[in-house]
Design a protein. Structure first.
Length: 72
């Protein structure tokens, strides 16, 4: 399954909000520097979907706030 994610880096706390079936907004408590926000995003989504971190990958948008994520 692929989902669209709008990432808000450097937030005070982590949060996943489902907008539609395939669209999510994720607040990440890590800065968008040196890939820290991407790494934390993968951890947050793995916890949210209750899958191992290896099941989550960024397909598009490595340097963008809008990302396409593959789950599974």
């Amino acid at each position: 399954m692929e989902i669209n994610v709008l990432v808000k880096p450097n937030a005070k706390y982590s949060q996943v909000i489902r907008i539609t079936k395939y669209d999510y907004k994720v607040s990440v408590d890590a800065p968008a520097k040196d890939g820290k926000a991407n790494k934390r995003l993968i951890e947050i989504l793995a916890e949210h979907f209750e899958v191992p971190r290896s099941y989550i990958s960024i397909v598009r948008g490595f340097k963008s706030k809008r990302k396409v994520i593959r789950v599974g």
